[in-house]
Design a protein around this ligand. Structure first.
Ligand code: KG4
Ligand code: ZN
Length: 335
């Protein structure tokens, strides 16, 4: 079954072609227009998706060696995300489905990140704990079996990626800041500055205090070394993630830890996750770097699995700004 996956929930216009779980093409166009604003401007994101969605889809089909009439299923993200941005990919996907007379399925963006884990080629062992760390989300989701989700912890304020972006912005680095912080941290001395590792509240996360600590430090030490601040911030931010995950792994008898979302491309986080999985003797699934950040293939992979189990979505499916995975879990509404 050939699935076309469309993703426009934030600032990536992405289309992928997957054939029975195998990626044939995965084209991602990241919008640079936001970098001078230090964050995503929703209206600009939507307008830019409109400009490039058709050429990106054509390229994905060309590289995937797939004719329009060979597509069996069209999958598009319907949420959570920026409504204007989501509507571009969602409307494009629905229109294509109508014109080709093919089934359409809407995909929850977070479930898309989960299905990126299948690209590791390793079968998921259940129950799995998924750490989802991106620019908009920081949560731990218990996955007891396919499509059965229960969020056990989430951020109480900023998402982890958002904290990376904000700290980068206050140091004058471009958006998205995560990769810049990682690059600077690599050359920094982690002991030169000390930031407090936030303390977990049950299995929840918090980044507001750490972000403020960095702000005060940079104001009080105007001659600060960006490399050292980046290294100390990164260590505290990732240390917090690992501390909460370790507590959850210890409490619940899980067999596998899955790590997904943009921040999971951070090499220091990947190393820390590997150490944790080894200590706890559990399976670790972290996808390749391209599968960590937003892309169309992950939407195609998730859409195909959901379609096989639940059938197509109604064409009346609307875009939603918020939708925790618990709301698409077995026994609740299905798309
Ligand atoms: O999953 P994603 O592509 O989009 C969302 O759904 O948000 O994640 C983007 C986020 C941004 O906040 C970006 O700064 C962060 O992931 N990020 C990183 C790294 N690469 C991307 N954070 C830390 N280290 C990285 N290497
Ligand atoms: Zn994402």
């Amino acid at each position: 079954m050939i699935t076309l996956g469309i993703e426009t929930s934030c600032d990536e216009t992405a289309v992928g072609v997957c054939d029975n779980g195998v990626i044939r093409s995965n084209i991602v166009s990241s919008q640079v227009v936001h970098s001078r604003f230090g964050g995503v401007v929703p209206e600009l994101a939507a307008r830019n998706h409109i400009k490039v969605i058709v050429p990106i889809a054509k390229l994905a089909l060309d590289i995937g060696k797939c004719e329009l009439n060979q597509i069996d299923l069209i999958a598009a993200t319907y949420g959570p995300g920026l409504i204007g941005a989501l509507l571009v990919g969602l409307s494009f996907g629905k229109s294509l489905a109508i014109s080709l007379n093919k089934p359409f399925i809407g995909v929850n963006h977070l479930e898309g990140h989960l299905y990126a884990l299948t690209t590791t080629g390793i079968a998921i062992k259940y129950p799995m704990l998924m750490l989802l760390v991106s620019g908009g989300h920081t949560e731990i989701v218990m996955v007891t079996e396919p499509f059965n989700y229960y969020t056990i912890g989430k951020t109480l304020d900023d998402a982890c990626g958002e904290a990376f972006d904000k700290v980068a912005k206050l140091m004058g680095l471009p958006y998205p800041g995560g990769p810049y912080i990682e690059k600077y941290a690599f050359q920094g001395n982690v002991q030169a500055v000390s930031f407090p590792v936030p303390q977990p509240k049950l299995f929840n996360f918090s980044y507001a205090g750490l972000k403020t600590a960095v702000l005060y430090h940079t104001k009080e030490h105007t001659e600060y070394r960006k490399e050292d601040v980046a290294a100390a911030f990164q260590e505290a931010a990732l240390g917090h993630l690992i501390q909460v995950v370790e507590q959850a792994v210890t409490k619940y008898a899980i067999k596998c830890l899955g790590v997904a979302g943009g921040v999971s491309s951070n090499k220091r986080l990947r190393e820390k996750c590997r150490q944790l999985a080894e200590q706890q003797n559990i399976q670790l699934l972290i996808p390749d770097l391209q599968q960590c950040t937003d892309n169309g293939a992950m939407i195609a992979l998730a859409g195909a699995e959901r379609y096989k189990r639940f059938g197509p979505s109604p064409l009346s499916l609307d875009a939603v700004a918020r939708e925790p995975m618990d709301e698409i879990s077995l026994g609740t509404k299905n798309h």
